[in-house]
Design a protein around this ligand. Structure first.
Ligand SMILES: [Zn+2]
Length: 274
């Protein structure tokens, strides 16, 4: 059962990557000054390192933890007696709420930000940015996820559904595309759209220090971290990345040492634009 769910997650990942690469090739919202193939190779390599490490260090313990929590009957979902589609939906919703808080903590707690800024140092965003994370962030996030599992007690199916949706939604909202204005306005009220998330990657701190949601977008207005909406025109011109040292952000060695680099550490400082 678990192996089937895991294979399903992989199919969603490869399917999403293919679909959004095609959409970007047909109608990119922003013009890129760097090689698309180069970005794919670099970020693909990061994903390979990350996936191997996560598989090796956290995959089996996490599965064992899901089963153990279930055997003990722990978690709010079990105490409420939730099951079937209602449990799947509520588990995805609640876990996405935890993910909002975790992402926000990654921007507010300096130790966590040291790792998360490896993702934000990308000076462009496209579907390959969804592959760009520091391995330290992924390992730390597994500890956070273990706590969510303990508190909520999702079924194994709901957990894999949540993980697959996070992966697919991350590909969708990092992708370099834009929706017509009206559709964008309606969709971004419920789910995170590319324009909603491009705002989170903006160099301008009044925009970038906001919009932390992953699947559902309403967490940001609920917790008062919603940035002003980008116009269709500014979606194509918004400067992406972090204020300092935007030029050296693309190297693999910089990706690995990013947590030790004190650049961009204090984001309470005003952005140095240009
Ligand atoms: Zn972030």
């Amino acid at each position: 059962m678990d192996i089937d769910l895991d294979t399903g997650k992989l199919i969603v990942f490869i399917g999403g990557l293919t679909v959004f690469l095609m959409i970007e090739a047909l109608s990119a919202a922003r013009e890129s000054s760097v090689s698309k193939v180069g970005r794919l190779v670099r970020h693909g390599f990061m994903a390979l390192v990350n996936t191997s490490l996560v598989r090796l260090l956290t995959f089996v313990p996490m599965l064992a933890w899901l089963v153990y929590v279930e055997q003990q009957g722990w978690g709010i979902a079990r105490w409420l007696g939730l099951s079937g589609p209602l449990e799947f939906f509520l588990s995805v919703l609640i876990l996405d709420g935890f993910d909002y808080l975790w992402h926000r903590a990654n921007h507010r707690v300096t130790f966590l930000w040291r790792f998360h800024k490896a993702h934000h140092s990308d000076t462009e965003i496209d579907v390959s940015t969804a592959l760009r994370f520091h391995p330290g962030e992924l390992i730390l996030s597994m500890f956070a996820k273990a706590i969510w599992v303990l508190i909520w007690g999702p079924s194994a199916f709901a957990w894999f559904l949540f993980e697959a949706l996070v992966s697919f939604c991350a590909q969708a909202h990092h992708s370099n595309c834009d929706l017509p204005d009206t559709i964008e306005r309606w969709m971004s009220a419920v789910i995170v759209t590319p324009r909603f998330h491009a705002t989170h990657h903006a160099v301008r701190r009044d925009l970038g220090d906001a919009n932390f949601s992953t699947i559902f977008s309403f967490w940001d207005p609920m917790f008062r971290t919603l940035a002003p909406r980008l116009s269709k025109a500014s979606m194509t011109t918004v400067a992406i990345g972090l204020p300092d040292a935007r030029g050296r952000a693309q190297s693999l060695s910089q990706w690995l040492v990013e947590p030790m680099d004190n650049a961009n550490l204090d984001l309470s400082q005003p952005a140095k634009l240009g």
